[in-house]
Design a protein around this ligand. Structure first.
Ligand code: UGA
Length: 431
């Protein structure tokens, strides 16, 4: 099939490359000319394992191409996916101005039947707005359908998640739209849930908010564990073995970050409010998440006594491993709080340094974790990259001024670090 994807961010580009992998002809479109220029030179503007290689392969095969023109994509394709960003407005609502503009341009360019699919995470009822806007802007007698097909890709594992999803959700209004979307995903073995558009839109917000809730729940349990002298890792293990609960997203730590969970949680609270429901449960999840960062800074302060004029080695900056994404990364707030208290920062991240430079003022960026540790008063673990989990602890101990590690991701066994002579503090475990 011939597909256009509008928006070449994480979602758009991964979706485009993966549809090409499934054998479809794909045009990825963006209004950012420099992005399209770079992509035409086969440069992917962010780090996602395996993506650049996949893009190169399908461009060479002629299955994947790039364009700055929506009209070009609409002319050449049967299906048009909208995968542009929906950044948060100041009040937490999703800003849909970009989506509206794209929809108008699509409508004006349509000459025969097209299926327009929402891929971006949008508030429930956006599908109706999209349909109304197309009706108003398109030429008379041009048939079309609107559908919702939310994505559940995790950064860092996006290609795997696309090709081996837990489920594919499609929200449709016609049998024709359903048939086209079934055909598009025919190459993927996964349960396909067909529903109305509003339910599909809600599945995405409800899922991300639930994941956020699960993380905040275990972080709250971690507080109780600490106070009681229990171990949150064992508690999560025991809870997770119950098939109804599951172990995933029960890792206590410094809280969730990234461009999806915090934004979608906030947006879902706003959507519910607009619909007349006060989603207090989600507001509390947000409050707990914010307080995890403050708790972590307090733990650092307790370990160092005074933070002023101390040098702190920061292991990991990205909001999670296997990505260079710094958007809403907990590291940004944590480092700002430490600097406010007078600390000097020596930071290391395997991939995110480039993006972190603009965000973290007055931090020294190091080549590796050992350079960061050299002469520092303690080391704090912020992102649990494999490389960080595998660091040479004996070497770290020699390099640090004092053998203190404060671990925001519970990477190590406390007994092991204590036996090595470290003062080791983590989350939700008796210290
Ligand atoms: C999230 C969802 O997991 C995807 O299903 C969804 O498609 C995506 O948002 C999206 O809406 O586009 P992502 O933002 O890539 O994916 O990251 P997650 O893997 O969900 O992690 C989010 C944050 O939660 C990270 O900061 C991570 O460190 C933290 N986290 C995760 C925990 O603190 N504890 C856990 O147990 C799991």
């Amino acid at each position: 099939m011939k597909i256009s994807i509008i928006g070449t961010g994480y979602v758009g580009l991964v979706t485009g490359a993966c549809f090409a992998e499934l054998g479809h002809d794909v045009i990825c479109i963006d209004n950012d000319a420099s992005k399209i220029q770079a992509l035409k030179k086969l440069q992917v503007p962010f780090y996602e394992p395996g993506l650049e290689e996949m893009v190169r392969r399908h461009v060479r095969k002629g299955r994947l191409s790039f364009s700055g023109q929506i009209a070009h994509g609409v002319r050449k394709s049967d299906v048009i996916f909208i995968a542009i960003g929906t950044p948060p407005k100041e009040n937490g609502e999703a800003d849909l101005t970009g989506i509206e503009n794209v929809v108008r341009t699509i409508a004006k360019s349509m000459r025969s039947y097209r299926l327009i699919v929402e891929k971006s995470t949008v508030p429930v009822d956006t599908g109706c707005r999209v349909r109304q806007t197309i009706e108003i802007c398109k030429a008379k007698h041009v048939p079309f359908d609107v559908a919702s097909n939310p994505e559940f890709l995790r950064e860092g594992q996006a290609i795997h998640d696309f090709l081996h999803p837990d489920r594919i959700v499609i929200g449709v209004e016609s049998a024709k739209a359903e048939k086209i979307l079934r055909q598009l995903y025919a190459g993927i073995r996964a349960p396909l849930i067909v529903t109305d558009i509003k339910s599909a839109e809600l599945i995405k917000h409800a899922s991300n908010s639930f994941l956020a809730l699960k993380i905040s729940y275990i972080n709250a349990v971690a507080r109780v564990c600490e106070a009681a002298g229990a171990d949150v890792e064992r508690v999560a293990e025991g809870m997770g073995m119950d098939g109804r609960i599951g172990r995933a997203f029960l890792d206590a730590g410094i809280g969730f970050g990234g461009f999806c969970l915090p934004k979608d949680l906030e947006a879902f609270v706003r959507i519910s409010q607009k619909l007349g429901y006060d989603f207090g449960l989600l507001k509390e999840a947000k409050r707990i998440n914010e307080s995890q960062k403050e708790l972590f800074v307090r733990k650092i302060e307790n370990s160092l006594w005074n933070i002023k004029d101390k040098t702190i080695a920061v292991a990991g900056l990205a909001f999670k491993p296997d990505t260079d994404d710094m958007r809403f990364a907990p590291s940004v707030d944590i480092i700002a709080m430490l600097q406010q208290l007078g600390a000097r920062i020596r930071a290391y991240d395997p991939q995110a340094t480039g993006k972190a430079r603009g965000l973290l003022k007055d931090a020294k960026f190091c080549r590796d974790i050992y350079e960061a540790a050299r002469g520092s008063d303690c080391l704090i673990i912020v992102t649990d990259w494999d490389e960080i989990k595998k660091m040479d602890l004996k070497r770290i101990k020699k390099l640090l001024k004092q053998p203190i590690i404060i671990d925001g991701r519970n990477v190590f066994e406390p007994s092991m670090l204590k036996a090595m002579g470290f003062s080791y503090v983590s989350i939700g475990r008796s210290q």
